[in-house]
Design a protein around this ligand. Structure first.
Ligand code: ADP
Ligand code: ZN
Length: 763
């Protein structure tokens, strides 16, 4: 008997090993095996077991392209002795047959090597032979008994206070205590030296709630819309999703609920229902919203049945959580995109919250979208899938419109809380009053001042993508756009020209504004830091917090900022899109979008969609409790239909207009869109290959292919980049064309190329 094994190396091929007679009964597909590889021991997953004895002459290797087409290389007739496996690393298979099928689907769909896909689907520690859970130092207060005093008398006042605090939380990890009580390891060691605490290594899971209390929560009484949505999910009819997939599955359900409509409560009760029937659940959340606040909502309802796959976990901790899931101790998994692979037993439900979120797309091989993987896993494992959002992606919305997905809508906020009042502020009129566009309009400043007076809180939002520099008229604010594609030109300093990232067209920067004739342009916008400074000048007494990539680079600083704001230790939170999602602060009654045009002018065909999502999500942060909310959106384009639809939170209108546009231009969801990024240390080499591939692919039936386009970021980390955009009726066509070209025109080894099917970032 032989077994084909995928080894943790990006070789895109499987290796054949012999199974010793004594192991023939034990070896199963999906297991992790120990195998000899060169002169060392490696680990790999058993993918296929063969009873036939045809084991000579294939050199023990087969090339697997995306798991489907198998090409046998008969390069040599040397009798090659197949080596036996060394053993079974873990008798319980890591991959069920359904999960293997899912991984193969990903390999196929994304055109990635199967073992890269397997690797993304398990914790890194699984494949490393000697991986042990990391040991951390745990501080425990010494118990008071009759002989030793409760608090050693020689402690300083500060040490006493610290000891009190440690007692109160029942001890904790060194790092965690240092953070929580602003102390240092040295101070903790001093406490230990005086016999007040013990410090010892412990290989234990770190509590994702980091010692913060979890208040058990009971199911809320649902309102009518929530009830209807829950019924829909719980009694999902056995309808065929798609004739190509397995039959007997329920359709995925799009839960389209406005911000504050109580989607999370619906998820919680749907999960409770699954647990009642002995089934488990997975909840995917965007990376950024995996805050203690989110985790607490799930842990509060399901206690230690919850496993959290936080991206901040160490390899060992992740392995431990995985183990709790695999053994069935944890039944509900909450995590970012990779949690879609969690080995939940008897999986009954997968929830993808904020399904439109771009963090579900992995930006390295395999470039899968966890939302789509969730839908496929639901089909393969016959479990329910709920995609939730206030602003669904047009791909998902389109599927719901065509009846491929079922739709449940919740059009109003819970408990009769009104949607916020939205004001559009015309920055053009404001500029006339101030000679140049102000960062804050006087409407917004007045509104902030009023919140400060009333002790209510404000969130200010400013989005700026660092590297996409558009040319904006200083006088009228108009942005120079490509006449063929109606997207903003991106300024390229290297050759001082404006390029369209959709059609590849270019033009020198204009001398005067085509709209107003003025001669002055600006290349940069206002960043959060400058906005914060300006805000401090306007409100010297206000307490201001800033949240962006710079202010949150420290571990946990993200949570710290949000906790402070929640505890009302600040009046104003100003930040980038980090603050747009999922936050629920009852005391926030004002939200300001400083420049809605920044995302509208992005050189990306999804610019309008992103703008709508952004405005709707940010506005969703205002007035979530009893106090009504108000939103100010500053823009140079108050008459833009996207901005108006967003202001009215009219998703259906926006979607129907945008879909018409996409249909005409042949873009997703009507056609599949992929990018191929070519990189080389030499610009000419990258261009030559990008150009060659573009021209060859253009001849492949059914593909529309762009020229080789220089992305906005033409050189990154020393690599020159060129991009080719590919559209076709199906991802399958793109993948087939790609496999063909890679075989027909092998790239030299100085070249790197990455195909991204369903690319979300157009660079
Ligand atoms: P969404 O995820 O749709 O934005 P949430 O689930 O965060 O909305 O709910 C918003 C708020 O309403 C939360 O504070 C939640 O506890 C509360 N809530 C949800 N459902 C109910 C209900 N049926 N009755 C009362 N309050 C509810
Ligand atoms: Zn163009």
């Amino acid at each position: 008997m032989t077994v084909k094994v995928a080894i943790d190396l990006a070789l895109d091929r499987l290796f054949t090993y012999e199974v010793p007679v004594e192991l023939c009964q034990e070896v199963k597909v999906g297991q992790l095996l120990r195998v000899p590889f060169g002169h060392r021991e490696a680990r790999g997953f058993a993918l296929q077991i063969d009873d036939s004895v045809q084991r000579i002459d294939d050199r023990g290797t087969e090339r697997e392209s995306g798991g489907r087409t198998t090409i046998n290389y008969q390069l040599s007739t040397i009798n090659y002795k197949i080596k036996p496996i060394l053993g079974i690393a873990d008798p319980a298979p890591f991959f069920s047959p359904a999960m293997l099928k899912l991984v193969r689907w990903i390999a196929d769909y994304t055109c990635s090597p199967i073992e890269m896909c397997l690797k993304s689907a398990v914790p890194a520690a699984v494949l490393r032979p000697n991986a042990k859970p990391k040991e951390l130092l745990f501080v425990e207060p010494c118990a008071a008994d009759g002989t030793t005093p409760v608090t050693p008398p020689e402690l300083t006042a500060y040490q006493k206070e610290l000891l009190e605090n440690i007692r109160r939380v029942g001890g904790g990890w060194v790092q965690q205590l240092c953070r929580e009580f602003s102390t240092t390891p040295t101070t903790l060691r001093a406490l230990a030296a005086k016999g007040a605490v013990t410090i010892a290594p412990r290989a234990q899971r770190r509590d994702p709630l980091a010692g913060r209390s979890v208040v058990p929560s009971k199911p809320l009484l649902l309102n009518g819309m929530q009830r209807a949505a829950l019924d829909r999910i719980v009694h999902a009819q056995s309808e065929t999703l798609n004739s190509k997939l397995e039959t007997g599955n329920s359709k995925p359900i799009l839960l389209h609920g406005v911000t504050g409509s109580g989607k999370t409560e619906v998820y919680l009760q749907a999960i409770a229902h699954e647990l009642d029937y002995g089934r488990g659940a997975i909840v995917l959340v965007p990376e950024i919203s995996l805050t203690p606040q989110t985790v607490r909502r799930f842990a509060g309802r399901f206690g230690d049945k919850v496993a959290v796959l936080h991206s901040a976990l160490s390899d060992g901790e992740r392995y431990d959580e995985w183990h709790r899931i695999r053994t069935g101790t944890a039944r509900v998994v909450v995590g970012p995109r990779s949690a879609v692979f969690a080995p939940v037993k008897d999986l009954g439900l997968i929830v993808v919250d904020e399904e439109h979120d771009t963090s579900y797309k992995q930006d390295e091989t395999p470039r899968y979208n966890a939302r789509d993987v969730a839908v496929m896993r639901g089909a393969f494992e016959n479990c329910k899938v709920v995609l939730g959002s206030a602003t669904p992606s047009l791909e998902t919305w389109f599927n719901a419109q065509r009846g491929k997905y079922a739709l449940a809508s919740m059009a109003a906020r819970v408990a009769g809380h009104p949607m916020p009042t939205v004001h559009l502020v015309n920055l053009e009129e404001e500029s006339e009053a101030y000679a140049s566009a102000p960062i804050f309009s006087k409407f917004l400043l007045d509104a902030i001042a009023e919140r400060n007076r009333r002790g209510e809180q404000t969130i200010l939002f400013l989005n700026r993508r660092g590297y996409s520099r558009v040319l904006e008229c200083k006088n009228c604010g108009c942005v120079i756009t490509c006449p063929n594609c109606s997207v903003a030109y991106t300024y390229h300093s290297a050759d001082n020209c404006l390029r369209c990232h959709v059609c590849g067209g270019w033009t020198p920067p204009p001398v005067s504004c085509p709209d107003c004739g003025a001669h002055e342009f600006s290349y940069t916008g206002v960043g959060t830091q400058r906005a914060e400074q300006a805000l401090r000048k306007c409100f010297p007494h206000a307490r201001i917090l800033r949240m962006d990539a710079d202010s949150t680079s420290r571990k946990n600083s993200h949570d710290d900022i949000l906790s402070k704001f929640r505890a009302r230790e600040a009046d104003i939170l100003i930040g980038t899109q980090m603050i747009a999602k999922g936050l629920d602060f009852p005391n926030v009654t004002l939200v300001g979008v400083l420049n809605a045009d920044a995302s509208l002018n992005m050189p990306d065909f999804r610019a309008a969609e992103r703008t709508f999502q952004l405005i709707a999500q940010v506005s969703g942060r205002a007035g979530r409790a009893e106090k009504p909310g108000e939103v100010f959106i500053q823009t140079f384009h108050p008459d833009s239909s996207v901005i108006q639809a967003a202001a009215e939170a009219d998703f259906a209108r926006f979607a129907s207009e945008e879909l018409k546009e996409r249909e005409v231009t042949g873009l997703p969801p009507y056609r599949k869109f992929a990018t191929a990024l070519f990189r080389a240390k030499e610009s000419a080499l990258a261009l030559r290959w990008a150009d060659l591939y573009a021209k060859s692919l253009a001849k492949y039936p059914g593909l529309s292919v762009s020229e080789a386009l220089p992305p906005a970021l033409e050189k990154a980390e020393g690599w020159y980049r060129f991009q080719v955009q590919i559209r076709a009726a199906s991802a399958r066509t793109i993948a087939a064309a790609w496999r063909w070209i890679v075989q027909a025109r092998p790239l030299p080894k100085e070249m790197r190329v990455a195909l991204d099917i369903d690319a979300l970032n157009i660079l």
